[in-house]
Design a protein around this ligand. Structure first.
Ligand code: BJ8
Length: 426
């Protein structure tokens, strides 16, 4: 890494030694998991470059944006509407939370039995290793699960610019009204941060930009329905992860280039995996960078992941925001409508998610579903049981996995996944 980057990280207050260690681990994992794959689309080279520069070039771009007067907003959840941030001259970046860091320090602030995603949020802050977190002018937390809700109270003590958004728990009219009120409060907070009034023209433009990004990733999803699958699940997951922090216009272009290549691969019947490889739908908790453990295990058994029912996947990017409204109020309503459809397991009851899993299983011509729940994640672990029952009642093979970010259970997981994939083959 260049001296410029080191100076930038130092200025952001990172612990350079710990940060070097993180980059080394990340680089090694990327090499072993991503670059070791065979038959990758050439256009994935862009994503390799993005990952090689994950704390370098993109952070430098954000710092340049800040110098030009733009604001940076960090978020942990797909309920934080990017359209509103962009319309207020702010860039929204997803904060990863996909690896364990500074666990000893974390467990002084959080109970041991907290999900890995929440612990990771704290670990990156306490370990001073996330340049995105340090570059952000505002960090948005959200009252989704109980773990996050209570953890933000403690995070508030170490993150001075934390803003907490309330999120409904029921898909009712009062629930929608709450989301609407919260999105208006967020709009005002963004306006206060940036000094830019969010109007209809700004919203229209930002809705178009975010919709384009979604359309590109939807195009990628639909190409994965082919057999042989033209792209691995690992590579598709990477695109889903980069979705949250790359420049939206460049991301859209890059994903469309991958899709052009995938179309020609499909024509030639050339795939990332052989035709007839067992096809898996992943469902459950979001997989934030660099949580690649389970997809890596699945795909090294010879099965291919063809879809993700996850917030880092279809749950997060499904549905466009209607941009036909003429006034800021109408466009804000469209934003609320779009996000109110997200079927996160924090909602009760949550029948839409069940239906979506079954629908995705059929559309992607999957052979089985692997449900991924992070240890101590009540909403998804609880919901895994009705999901399993519903799938089994339709004779859909399902494997329920509960794990965390450590590598300790890799052997055991491998054995279970291999047995499941063997069963799908027979
Ligand atoms: S909309 S899934 S991104 S809340 S894994 S922290 S649920 S205990 S991440 Fe999520 Fe928004 Fe919902 Fe999506 Fe809690 Fe579970 Fe941990 Fe989780």
């Amino acid at each position: 890494m260049s001296d410029d980057y080191r100076n930038m990280w130092r200025d952001l207050g990172l612990d350079l030694k710990a940060h070097d260690m993180l980059l080394e681990i990340l680089g090694k994992a990327y090499q072993d998991i991503y670059l070791a794959q065979k038959d990758r689309p050439e256009q994935m080279g862009y994503f390799d470059f993005v990952m090689s520069e994950v704390h370098g070039l993109r952070v430098k771009e954000l710092m340049d944006e800040k110098a030009a007067g733009r604001k940076i907003i960090g978020s942990y959840c797909v309920f934080v509407p990017e359209e509103i941030a962009l319309a207020g001259n702010a860039t929204l970046v997803g904060l990863c939370s996909g690896a364990d860091f500074a666990m000893e320090e974390v467990e002084k602030l959080l109970p041991r039995n907290t999900c890995a995603l929440i612990k990771s949020t704290f670990g990156f802050k306490l370990g001073k290793v996330c340049p995105y977190l340090e570059a952000a002018d505002m960090i948005v937390g959200e009252n989704t699960c109980d773990g996050k809700k209570k953890a933000y109270e403690s995070l508030n003590d170490i993150v001075p610019n934390l803003y907490v958004m309330d999120i409904p728990q029921m898909k009712t009219e009062p629930g929608r009204s709450l989301l609407k009120a919260e999105y208006y409060r967020f709009k005002e907070a963004v306006e206060n941060l940036s000094g830019v009034k969010i109007d209809a023209a700004g919203l229209k433009k930002s809705i178009e930009m975010v919709n384009n990004k979604r359309k590109a990733i939807h195009r990628l999803y639909s190409l994965r329905k082919a057999d042989p699958a033209p792209i691995s699940g690992l590579d598709a997951l990477l695109a889903n992860q980069v979705f949250f922090y790359d420049n939206p216009v460049r991301f859209t272009e890059s994903v469309n280039k991958v899709c052009d290549e995938l179309e020609s691969r499909i024509e030639k019947k050339s795939g990332a995996f052989p035709e007839g490889a067992p096809r898996i739908l992943m469902s459950g908790c979001p997989m934030a960078v660099p949580n690649w453990k389970l997809p890596w295990i699945v795909e090294t058994t010879g099965a291919v992941i063809v879809g993700e029912e996850s917030c880092v996947g279809e749950r997060g990017s499904r549905n466009l925001t209607d941009d036909s409204g003429g006034t800021a109020e109408e466009l804000m309503d469209a934003v609320v409508d779009r996000y109110f459809n997200i079927d996160c397991a924090i909602f009760t009851p949550n029948p839409d998610r069940l239906n979506h899993i079954i629908q995705m299983y059929k559309e992607y011509r999957a052979d089985g579903v692997i449900h991924f729940g992070l240890q101590f994640c009540q909403p998804y672990l609880m919901e895994a049981i009705p999901v399993e029952k519903a799938l089994e009642s339709k004779n859909i093979p399902v494997l329920r996995i509960e794990t965390d970010y450590s590598m300790e259970d890799v052997g055991q997981l491998k054995t279970r996944v291999e047995a499941f994939v063997e069963m799908l083959k027979s």
